[in-house]
Design a protein around this ligand. Structure first.
Ligand code: WTA
Length: 646
């Protein structure tokens, strides 16, 4: 038996003490199985509604769902005001820590004042309910304040990860029609200030819809200023009143758009709405992490530019009145123990992070976490990609001290909240498996025809019932919404794009994407998007991109390019140029790990590039079946190009 098969057989029962006091026990599964809609209605009752709904779910026109029909609420009121009204104004909402070590402690009362001021500022700038607001910021408290201010006045926020390029920002602004951009001069990254405003200037110059740019001063870098358009946050927000009466919006009022990579070059604007989204993020945050608002200190290490940040730094934790950590920088700045130092300093009890980070910590060695007091931790979470059993056990032993359950959560930008994960007080954990659909969620593994598979088999993951925090559409493109997610197996079955296996006990193991989407350090990047960036370079005629498995990042981007006739293959220099070009075009996260210049690409007779074969090459495997190739000697040509060592 190999070491990893042996590990896959191990079980970790729920710690007794945790099980005895867990927010959610085994009865949740029974309750949800008997009455799924009643179960979600009870979850929605944990929120504060200005008007109760008439109907839990309207699924009369699939795949267009309406949850909590007729209900009205204000999302920001639920995240902030109601906790202050209930006497918890002095509780800390965020312990914020900047990369250079500067700190801010923000209580719920302060957060309420800040959100009201920002809401009043947005109104003064003419932002109305339904308008889109782009947010392009580092991990500073104003980013959260801006999101909540939008939610408060019914504007739709569209956060773009600060590591994305001006191009990526421009296309998202154009697609969403944003009227305002909230940004900052820059943020701190790897020990130095990193500018954001120049990318905004560049992007906004290429778009039509933006009237104003609201700029937070963070790094004090020099910025270009466009008079009349640009405004300092401290000039406009600070002078506003701390009073603002929240208006109740329809449960289906749009809350935000988040762009994510799909199988084509243009990212999809995933639309989330208010009541159902907040219900499921709040409930899952409370149940999956057993969150105790009075005593826990919760830390999601993601950036708010990703859905994990939206759901589990902002909306879930705030709706549950959690005390959270928010950290601006990278794990190795100024030293590789930075995260552990933060856990020790703030006595973090629940840590939620990604397998790629854990594998990086593994590489750095267990002596680093061993140098800090991590005894405050009681529960750990994982998200973004499958966590391999070795990484699971390392996390369990070296960060969790052997006592903390690890909750591996499978979900997507589209699903909005956790969908498949163990419950910490209930499930006996299996390292590497996400295990069980969350109560009230119906997930199945099917074959290519959509037939449900039994235990001990692999196929495709589908969701067979609508869920409260599901995406409602792709912004401005209902047809693409239907085509992408709801056409492969009919209008009532959501195709997730992930492969999955059911083991002999019926537990679910996620096997990665089955489409042309790569997962690099937990970030979704489309192969087509990188290919179109490469062919936009004057030297490249054709490009094929694959995700090759990588011990640290999960997958690494490997590109094969054919040069234009007149382009000179300058070897390394050209490869570096191309890598930089993609990083500039899309963002550093999309920079290919490796680029190979080749004469030809393997294609099927119908002209489709055979990525499977390229992946074999990129992963140094024996070539698979080449019989459908037009010309199988192409593969030898490509292999001949490879350095002998690889
Ligand atoms: C992958 C991030 C295995 C999966 C919340 C999915 C996972 C994509 C897990 C969504 C997990 C996420 N185990 N795979 N626990 N979590 N994935 O939209 O392929 O950035 O489809 O959402 O990440 O990525 P997204």
């Amino acid at each position: 038996m190999s070491e990893s098969t042996e590990l896959e057989g191990r079980r970790f029962p729920a710690p007794e003490q945790l099980a005895a006091q867990a927010n959610v026990g085994p009865d949740a599964y029974e309750r949800a199985a008997q009455d799924r809609l009643g179960f979600w209605a009870e979850a929605a009752d944990r929120l504060s509604w200005a008007q109760k709904w008439d109907e839990v779910l309207d699924w009369s026109n699939p795949p267009f769902a309406k949850w909590f029909v007729g209900g009205k609420l204000n999302v920001a009121y639920n995240c902030v005001d109601r906790h202050v009204e209930a006497g918890h104004g002095e509780q800390v909402a965020y312990h914020w820590e900047g990369e250079p070590g500067d700190t801010r402690t923000i209580t719920y009362a302060q957060l309420k004042d800040d959100v009201c001021k920002a809401a009043n500022a947005l109104l003064e700038l003419g932002v109305q309910a339904g308008d889109r607001v782009a947010i392009y910021m580092p991990m500073i408290p104003e980013a959260v304040v801006a999101m909540l201010a939008c939610a408060r006045i019914g504007a739709v926020h569209m956060v773009v990860f600060g590591g994305f390029s001006a191009d990526a920002l421009a296309s998202r602004i154009t697609d969403s029609g944003a009227v305002l951009v909230v940004t900052s001069d820059g943020g701190y990254r790897r020990g130095s200030p990193s500018a954001l405003k120049p990318a905004v200037d560049d992007a906004v110059a290429r778009t039509e819809s933006v009237r104003n740019v609201l700029v937070v001063r963070r790094t004090k870098q020099d910025v270009e200023w466009s008079e009349g358009r640009d405004l300092w946050w401290h000039d406009v927000v600070d002078r506003q009143s701390t009073e603002h009466t929240p208006e109740a919006f329809d449960a289906e009022h749009p809350l935000y758009i988040m762009y994510t990579s799909g199988t084509t070059a243009s990212p999809k604007g995933i639309l989330h709405t208010s009541g159902g989204y907040l219900t499921q993020v709040a409930f899952t945050h409370w149940a999956s992490f057993d969150l105790k608002a009075d005593t826990d200190v919760f830390w999601t290490s993601a950036d708010i530019g990703w859905v994990t940040g939206h759901s589990y730094i902002v909306y879930g934790p705030l709706a549950n009145r959690a005390t959270s950590i928010m950290y601006e920088g990278t794990p190795e700045t100024p030293h590789r123990g930075r995260w552990f130092e933060l856990i020790e300093k703030y006595k973090v009890t629940i840590m939620y992070t990604a397998p790629t980070v854990i594998r990086t910590f593994m590489k750095w060695g267990e002596d680093i976490p061993a140098g800090f007091d991590l005894s405050s931790l009681r529960l750990l979470g994982s998200v973004g990609e499958p966590i391999n059993p070795e990484a699971w056990l390392w996390y369990h032993k070296n960060i969790g001290g052997g006592r903390c359950p690890i909750v591996d959560t499978w979900w997507q930008t589209e699903t909005g909240a956790h969908m498949i994960n163990p419950l910490p007080g209930v499930t006996a954990l299996k390292p590497g498996s996400a295990q069980t659909p969350f109560p009230g969620i119906s997930a199945k593994v099917v074959d290519d025809e959509g037939n449900e598979l039994g235990d001990d088999s692999s196929g495709l993951l589908v969701l067979t019932e609508p869920w409260p925090s599901m995406l409602r559409t792709i912004w401005g493109d209902d047809d693409r919404y239907v085509d992408t997610y709801w056409s492969r197996f009919g209008k009532e079955v959501y195709f997730a794009g992930d492969g999955a296996k059911k083991d002999a006990d019926g537990d679910i193991w996620l096997l990665g994407r089955v489409d042309d989407v790569m997962n690099v350090s937990g970030h979704r990047i489309s192969t087509t998007e990188v290919e179109s960036s490469l062919v936009a370079h004057p030297t490249v005629a054709e490009a094929a991109v694959v995700g090759a498995s990588d011990p640290t990042t999960g997958q690494g981007i490997v590109a094969f390019v054919i040069l234009r006739g007149n382009a000179e293959d300058s070897g390394d220099e050209l490869v570096q140029q191309l890598r930089t070009h993609v990083a500039k075009d899309i963002g550093p996260i999309a920079k290919p790990r490796q680029i190979m210049v080749v004469q030809e690409l393997p294609k099927t007779r119908s002209g489709k590039i055979m990525r499977r074969l390229l992946r074999d090459i990129a992963e140094n495997r024996e070539l698979g079946d080449v019989t459908t190739l037009t010309d199988s000697s192409v593969m030898n040509l490509i292999k001949d190009k490879l350095p002998a060592s690889s």
